[in-house]
Design a binder for this molecule. Structure first.
Ligand code: AHG
Ligand code: MN
Ligand code: MN
Length: 344
C-alpha cells in the first residue's frame, strides 16, 4: 500500500507541485474550491428525502430534460464556489444554455471549467449513486480582457485537469492533472478527503460491458454486431462477459475504471434531435476520456479519439465508448467494419 494513503487532498496538492501550474497556487485554489462545492453537494444529497430537495423544479433545461431540485442546488453550489475562488474567467454548466459570466465582485482568473453539476439525475429519487463531473482548461490568452467562446471550445486534449465525485455508499473524488489518476474518499467525521486510491490504472481487458440495451434496435450495424459478439461469441473471445448498467455515468464509469470493462453510449437513431447519442462532449465525455487515458484506457466515438474531437457548440453530444483498451479497440474494429459477427 502506498505510503501516501490517508494523506489529505490538500497535502496531496502540496506534494505534487505539478498541480500548481507555474507554482502560483491558483490551480490549487481552484481545485480546493471544487472540493468545497462537492462537500456541500454531498451534504445536500445525503439528506435528500428528509428535506424538500427531491423532485422536479417544474422547468426543462437546455438539454430538454426535467430539472431536479438537486440539479439546481448542485449547479448553484458549483457556480458560487468556483466564482468566489477568483480563479475562473468563465463557467459552462450542463444545466445552462450559455457561458456563465463571473460576477464582477470576483477577480477574473485564467481557468474555464465545464461541469455536469449532477450526473444521473433520473436516479436521485431511487437513492442510486449520482455524481458531479468537471473539466478544467486554461484560457488561450491569459489576462487579455474578457474570455471568449474560443476559450470555452477547446478540444479535450487541452484539458489541464478533470475529475468526478460519486455520492454513493461513500463519497469518492477521482481526478487527474496529467500525472496519473488518484482517488480520495471523504471521511465525514473530519470533513476531509483522504487519499484512498493512489495511482489508479484500469485493467487492459475486462469482463463487464455497460450499455442501455433498450436502444439496440436504434444502433448502427457495427455496434449491434459488437454487442451480439460480447453476448454470444464466447467461443471466439473466450470469456463470459457480464452486463452491468446503473444509468449514472459516473457510477458505471468508476466501477469499470477499477474492475475493467467497457461502457458504451453509442449514437442511436431514437431521437432525431440527438443523432450523436445522449452524452455531452464538454462536461461528460472529455473529462472521463482524460481520466481513462491517464489510467491506461481508451475513449472513442467509434471512429475518433474523444480528446481530439473539435468542439463547435458548448452542449455538443458525442457517442462515448470508454474503458479497458483491448475492449475499446475490439469495438472500434466492429464499428469500422474490420470485424463482424453473426449469431449461429
Ligand atoms: P444527467 O443526469 O447529467 O443528464 O446524465 C444522465 C446520463 C448519464 O448519467 C447516464 O449514463 C445516461 O444518462 C443514462 O441514459 P439512459 O437512461 O438513456 O440509459
Ligand atoms: Mn450527466
Ligand atoms: Mn446532469
Amino acid at each position: 500500500m502506498s505510503e501516501n494513503v490517508g494523506i489529505t487532498i490538500s497535502n496531496h496538492f502540496l506534494l505534487n507541485q505539478q498541480l500548481t501550474h507555474g507554482a502560483t497556487g491558483s490551480f490549487t485554489r481552484l481545485l480546493q474550491a471544487m472540493v468545497l462545492a462537492c462537500k456541500i453537494i454531498q451534504r445536500d444529497v445525503g439528506k435528500a428525502g428528509l428535506v424538500d430537495v427531491l423532485g422536479r423544479v417544474g422547468v426543462t433545461n437546455v438539454q430538454g430534460e426535467e430539472v431536479q431540485k438537486l440539479d439546481e442546488l448542485a449547479n448553484t453550489t458549483v457556480k458560487r464556489r468556483l466564482s468566489a475562488s477568483g480563479e475562473v474567467c468563465a463557467l459552462v454548466s450542463e444545466e445552462e444554455a450559455d457561458i456563465i459570466e463571473i460576477p464582477r465582485q470576483y477577480p477574473q482568473g485564467n481557468y474555464i471549467v465545464h461541469f455536469d453539476p449532477l450526473d444521473g439525475s433520473s436516479n436521485i429519487a431511487a437513492n442510486v449513486s449520482i455524481g458531479t463531473i468537471f473539466s478544467i482548461y486554461r484560457r488561450l490568452s491569459p489576462s487579455e480582457g474578457e474570455s471568449t467562446m474560443k476559450d470555452a471550445l477547446q478540444p479535450g486534449a487541452r484539458q489541464v485537469g478533470a475529475g468526478y465525485i460519486i455520492y454513493g455508499s461513500s463519497c469518492v473524488l477521482v481526478f487527474s492533472t496529467g500525472q496519473g489518476v488518484n482517488g480520495f474518499t471523504l471521511d465525514p467525521s473530519i470533513g476531509e478527503f483522504l487519499l484512498s486510491h493512489p495511482n489508479i490504472k484500469t485493467p487492459a481487458k475486462g469482463k463487464i460491458y455497460s450499455v442501455n440495451e433498450g436502444n439496440y434496435s436504434f444502433w448502427d450495424e457495427g455496434t449491434r454486431g459488437y454487442i451480439d459478439w460480447v453476448k454470444h461469441g464466447h467461443s471466439e473471445h473466450g470469456i463470459n462477459y457480464t452486463s452491468r448498467y446503473i444509468g449514472s455515468l459516473v457510477a458505471d464509469f468508476h466501477r469499470n475504471l477499477l474492475y475493467g470493462g467497457i461502457f458504451l453510449y453509442p449514437a442511436d437513431f431514437k431521437d432525431p434531435l440527438k443523432p450523436k447519442g445522449k452524452l455531452r462532449l464538454m462536461c461528460e465525455a472529455n473529462p472521463l476520456a482524460y481520466i481513462i487515458e491517464q489510467a491506461g484506457g481508451l475513449a472513442t466515438t467509434g471512429t475518433e479519439r474523444i480528446l481530439d474531437v473539435e468542439p463547435n457548440y458548448i452542449h455538443q453530444r458525442v457517442p462515448l465508448i470508454i474503458g479497458s483498451p483491448e475492449d475499446v479497440m475490439i469495438y472500434q474494429d466492429f464499428v469500422q467494419g474490420k470485424r463482424t459477427y453473426r449469431r449461429a
